[in-house]
Design a protein around this ligand. Structure first.
Ligand code: ADP
Length: 269
């Protein structure tokens, strides 16, 4: 199972649980276990929105003399089809990640740009909930990795922070250099995650509260994508959370060190 490669570190003096995620298994082992349950989960998850769409289509047909009901049912159809589109996109992202475990599209990426794009991605939702997104990124930070994968990972973290936070609260995104690694942290003051759930939230399709997640349009795939992106770009994910206080997710990625010697070599040539 997935828990086999989750290393838990419990800080003894506090109730905070820190999870460091890393995938130790060989590529073969991973591909094998992915084959075993991914298809089963996917077909199960697709049945929910498709079933809802079927029922709503029927209801629209029966309510044709009630214009208000038609409007209500069709707006729910719209929401369900948006969720279905999102689900299919995330399934595609995830299966791509699972199939090329090592990214071969790595380039140097400015961390400030990744953070800016992720905040932009959630700007409408944040504005809607009057949530302030505050960023603080050390200048000139760069990571080495797959741009679109890292974009998806950071965007997912910011999106979750906004989704699981109350109106009028604050989300903070920081990035700093620490011993050759970039530590990119997204912190919220939202509902938090119970300690016993922390090792499960990175599993595919896992949601702490399925009913609430459905209401927020969640798919349960976001953090699974984050975990795979971290692993395939040589990094890890850490999480800290306390119910009622908030959560903090940190992507730890190898920093791209701009090589000054190489530059001066080139200038000399
Ligand atoms: P979802 O699409 O449901 O958000 P994720 O894989 O991104 O799926 O997250 C899995 C579950 O972890 C969520 O359903 C939610 O219960 C919990 N979760 C993720 N991020 C946060 C957060 N910032 N605050 C509280 N709960 C969170």
């Amino acid at each position: 199972g997935t828990t086999a490669y989750i290393h838990a570190r419990v800080a003894p003096l506090t109730s905070r649980l820190i999870l460091v995620l890393a995938d130790d298994r060989t590529r073969e082992q991973r591909v094998e276990s992915i084959r075993r349950d991914f298809v089963a989960n996917v077909s199960h998850e697709l049945k929910t929105p498709v079933g809802a769409l079927n029922l709503l289509a029927e209801a629209v047909g029966e309510a044709k003399d009630d214009p208000e009901a038609v409007v209500r049912f069709s707006s729910r159809m719209h929401l369900e089809s948006e969720r279905l589109t999102r689900l299919v996109q995330q399934i595609i992202d995830l299966s791509r990640l699972q199939n090329d475990i090592l990214s071969d599209d790595a380039t140097a990426i400015k961390v400030g740009e990744l953070v800016g794009e992720a905040c932009e991605h959630s700007a409408t939702e944040a504005e809607h909930k009057k949530i302030d997104i505050v960023t603080s990124v050390e200048p000139d930070l760069q990571v080495h990795g797959d741009r679109s994968q890292l974009h998806a990972a950071v965007s997912n973290l910011v999106e979750n922070a906004v989704t699981y936070s109350p109106e009028g609260s604050r989300v903070t995104v920081t990035a700093l250099l620490d011993d050759g690694d970039v530590r990119l942290t997204v912190t919220d003051n939202g509902i938090g995650i119970p300690g016993e759930e922390l090792d499960r939230i990175f599993e595919r399709f896992y949601r702490v509260d399925p009913a609430r997640a459905r209401a927020t349009g969640g798919t349960g795939l976001g953090l699974s994508i984050v975990k795979h992106v971290a692993a395939s770009n040589g990094g890890t994910v850490e999480v800290w959370s306390e119910p009622g206080l908030g959560s903090s997710f940190t992507l730890v990625l190898p920093a791209f060190q701009h090589d000054i010697d190489e530059d001066s070599e080139r200038n000399r040539a």
